[in-house]
Design a protein around this ligand. Structure first.
Ligand SMILES: [Zn+2]
Length: 66
């Protein structure tokens, strides 16, 4: 497994992994590059993790954001 530092950032509002300069959900540029681990939510309506994290849209979400 190759671990490489990417330029991905995470939205501080909804924890979504963002590849641009603003979150596609919140529209905010309140992003953090200090985060750890992420989960891929494919089906939010049937995902226990999504319910715990209040996620309603499929996508990648960081587990820890500072
Ligand atoms: Zn967001």
């Amino acid at each position: 497994m190759v671990v490489r530092k990417k330029v991905l950032k995470v939205c501080r509002e909804c924890h979504r992994v963002v590849e641009g300069e603003a979150c596609v959900i919140c529209g905010t540029s309140n992003l953090s590059d200090d985060w750890a681990g992420y989960v891929v939510i494919i089906d939010p309506e049937h995902s226990e993790i999504a319910k715990k994290m209040n996620i309603t849209m499929a996508g990648r979400y960081a587990l820890k954001v500072r």
